[in-house]
Design a protein around this ligand. Structure first.
Ligand SMILES: [Zn+2]
Length: 426
């Protein structure tokens, strides 16, 4: 077939029409036919020489009739793009444009934004999901209690900006639900948004009653644990995945028992007020259940610096607990996923932090970063490895990231779905 179409270019052109018509304008393949010469390509283990071309935004090893651009990679090391499965840096208009550029510059081409509603992002949705821009999935429902996270953060930022805290506006930024009756009442609206992923928030749910009596905790609580399962059941029936914010080991166990698809935080990224480090040690039973049902765990380890930065005495216990939990999850066969939760950082910070915990060989960490994580955000999409017909997306580095992982901070060339990216003028 390939030889036939090469012999009859007209046939190829005619055959291309119906396929092209299937694409929406946003996903339409663009860009020149590119020959990538002299590169060393990541094969999941090592960087090896190979010859690839980009044609209509897709990789092929077959030399096309016409080559518009030759890129001399000059021995550079090529990875598929990175992904961040937990961030909040592109879910509001203040940060969206800056963060899109920041991530692309760092080779992070895919992002999962963990707490948004469609109303809050419609105004700037055009910044994302084009061949030359970052691809973003927003969790278009974010369910917490009416006194729960992220309410406290929203009210605090009102105060920081010198505004009178507006509790109704703050609650409009997520989906506050306190009871099963309220869930039933609000569910049709949530399902009608057709979110790809719903976020639910559990925060030290084993102490919810105690914490709710403390006025300082107002806005920093989470759902009653018993609401997790009814939400997951409704979501599953509608074909929607659920990511659960879990703080403590008890939250992790409750989220797994409820059947969550993703745990949004590895417990132990902080020691919350009123909590001891042991509250973050995962139970064997919860780890085994996560493995059985395929619940994945988003790492968010680097964000711990926000806790132990101002409280240095937290650093050693937090890092020991992170390493212990990660090691037990990883050796039990639970799928880990890279997520940073760092609005001012990127997935690269998370990858470097994980590497320092020495959990797995670097090649495996790079597979996690470039294949497993994008596949979690965009299941079934032809990304994550260099293969025939996959999207022609790559990041070229001057140094071998297996020898020097800090090379990830200095991408030399970036191509996304056949579009060669250039930094905008500062
Ligand atoms: Zn978060």
């Amino acid at each position: 077939m390939r030889r036939l179409t090469a012999l009859f270019p007209l046939l190829l052109a005619a055959a291309a029409v119906p396929a092209a018509a299937l694409h929406t304008p946003e996903s339409a393949p663009t860009g020149p036919s590119i020959a990538f010469e002299g590169g060393r390509w990541f094969d999941g283990q090592n960087f090896v020489p190979a010859q690839w071309y980009a044609v209509e935004g897709r990789l092929t090893s077959t030399r096309p009739e016409r080559i518009d651009v030759r890129i001399d990679l000059n021995g550079r090391f090529l990875l598929p793009p990175l992904a961040d499965a937990h961030n909040h840096d592109m879910q509001n208009p203040h940060f969206g444009a800056i963060s899109a550029i920041k991530n692309l510059r760092m080779g992070v081409f895919y992002s999962l934004q963990m707490c948004s509603t469609p109303d809050s992002r419609n105004g700037f949705a055009a910044l994302f999901n084009h061949p030359g821009t970052i691809d973003v999935v927003h969790t278009d429902a974010c369910i917490s209690s009416s006194d729960g996270h992220p309410l406290g953060i929203a009210l605090a930022s009102d105060r920081e900006m010198g505004l009178e805290p507006d509790i109704n506006a703050a609650r409009a930024g997520y989906d506050p639900i306190d009871s099963l009756a309220e869930l039933d009442r609000r569910w049709p609206d949530i399902a009608a948004r057709k979110p790809a992923i719903i976020k639910i928030i559990l925060v030290n749910s084993e102490n919810r009653q105690r914490d709710a009596a403390d006025p300082k905790m107002f806005g920093f609580l989470g759902l009653p644990a018993e609401l997790a399962r009814p939400i997951v059941e409704r979501a599953k029936a509608a074909g929607i995945r659920v990511a659960a914010h879990a703080d403590s080991a008890a939250d992790f166990a409750a989220a797994v028992a409820a059947g969550a698809d993703l745990i949004a935080h590895l417990p132990g990224y902080r020691i919350a007020p009123g909590m001891k480090i042991d509250a973050y040690r995962l139970s064997d039973a919860a780890i085994a259940a996560a493995r059985r049902q395929g619940t994945k765990v988003i790492t968010t380890t680097a964000v711990a610096a926000y806790d132990f930065g101002p409280r240095p005495e937290h650093k050693a216990p937090i890092q020991a607990m992170q390493a212990e939990n990660l090691w037990r999850l990883h050796s039990a066969g639970v799928q880990l996923v890279i997520g940073s939760d760092m609005v001012m950082g990127t997935a690269v910070d998370e990858i470097l932090y994980l590497d320092a915990l020495k959990l797995m060989p670097r090649a495996q960490l790079l597979r996690l970063a470039t294949d497993d994580t994008p596949a979690t955000i965009f299941p079934g999409r032809a990304i994550g490895t260099f293969a025939e017909g996959h999207e022609a997306s790559l990041i070229a580095y001057d140094a071998n990231p297996i020898d020097d992982l800090t090379a990830l901070r200095r991408p030399a060339i970036r191509v996304k779905a056949g579009a060669i990216l250039a930094d905008p003028a500062p």
